[in-house]
Design a protein around this ligand. Structure first.
Ligand SMILES: NC(=O)c1ccc[n+]([C@@H]2O[C@H](COP(=O)([O-])OP(=O)(O)OC[C@H]3O[C@@H](n4cnc5c(N)ncnc54)[C@H](OP(=O)(O)O)[C@@H]3O)[C@@H](O)[C@H]2O)c1
Length: 250
């Protein structure tokens, strides 16, 4: 029973991953903190979609989810973390234009949402991915949504201190996890992926100067990223990919 698990399932990109996976997998776990506002997916097959109200920042909740999966028929093949934050409605999180805008509390919240969740998910669920991949005689995919602005080598513009730092931390965590996976979870590919600028609530306030052809729909971004992810092999583990399959320097 080929199974996918998506975190941040109520987000623009996360929701689209759920929709994509419903057509490709026997079971899809859509994990979100906001189950009540999850948008219905038209024509979804009953019994395939498992809605999970889950805060991935909570170890307790991840542990319970892991226990739930244990001993059941799900063979986990794909785990995607599509959680992230750049700004919020109350404006206490907003990408910094200058160092005077830097706020320690906002920084901690951004780090929590963008960097902390991925290792927690791996800690509690990577062994399920390894077991699922072995059962399916294939490779398991563990991917986290990063952002090009998290690349240190690619930083020519500055600004956005907290978001850049959180994604740089995420990238280091992914790289480190991929090294451990090559020794302990040998059937798992661990990567970071950049979706391109995609039309979601996260990018909304920053879309004004983005040329039309460079602002992706969630459908386009997810189909491109899944094409990249589905073509990865164990040799690709530890890489940072863009939506078009090109590697981004860390
Ligand atoms: N959109 C873009 O242009 C763009 C570009 C580069 C990278 N990205 C990355 O792509 C990922 C998805 O972004 P998106 O555009 O889909 O944004 P979005 O629509 O705002 O969705 C982000 C989701 O992240 C989850 N989330 C936010 N704060 C969280 C927290 N503190 N703890 C746990 N979960 C939290 C929420 O999921 P639930 O409500 O389901 O819990 C939220 O719906 C992010 O990592 C983002 O940095 C996006």
């Amino acid at each position: 029973m080929k199974t996918a698990i998506i975190f941040g399932a109520n987000g623009g990109i996360g929701h689209q991953f759920v929709e994509y996976c419903l057509a490709q997998y026997d079971h899809v776990f859509a994990c979100t903190r906001q189950i009540q506002s999850f948008k219905t997916i038209e024509g979804q097959s009953k019994g395939k979609l498992h809605m999970m109200k889950l805060d991935p920042g909570s170890e307790k909740e991840l542990q319970l989810f892991s226990e739930f999966l244990s001993g059941r028929e799900f063979e986990v093949q794909l785990i995607i973390n599509a959680c992230g934050v750049l700004h919020n409605d109350s404006k206490d999180i907003s990408p910094e234009k200058k160092i005077e805008d830097f706020n320690p509390n906002s920084f901690k919240e951004v780090i929590s949402a963008n960097a902390l969740i991925t290792p927690l998910i791996a800690k509690h669920l990577l062994h399920h991915l390894e077991a699922g991949a072995k059962a399916q005689k294939s490779t398991g995919l563990f991917a986290s949504l990063s952002a090009r602005v998290g690349s240190i080598g690619d930083n020519y513009l500055g600004g956005w201190y907290s978001y850049r730092a959180s994604k740089a931390a995420l990238n280091q965590l992914i790289k480190t996890l991929s090294i451990e996976a090559s020794r302990r979870f040998k059937h798992c590919v661990v990567v970071a992926i950049h979706p391109g600028t995609t039309d979601t609530s996260l990018s909304k306030p920053f879309q004004a100067n983005v040329p039309e052809e460079k602002l992706f729909s969630t459908e386009y971004a997810v189909s491109k990223m899944m094409n990249v992810l589905e073509n990865t092999t164990l040799e690709d583990s530890g890489k940072f990919f863009a939506w078009d399959g090109k590697e981004i320097e860390w």
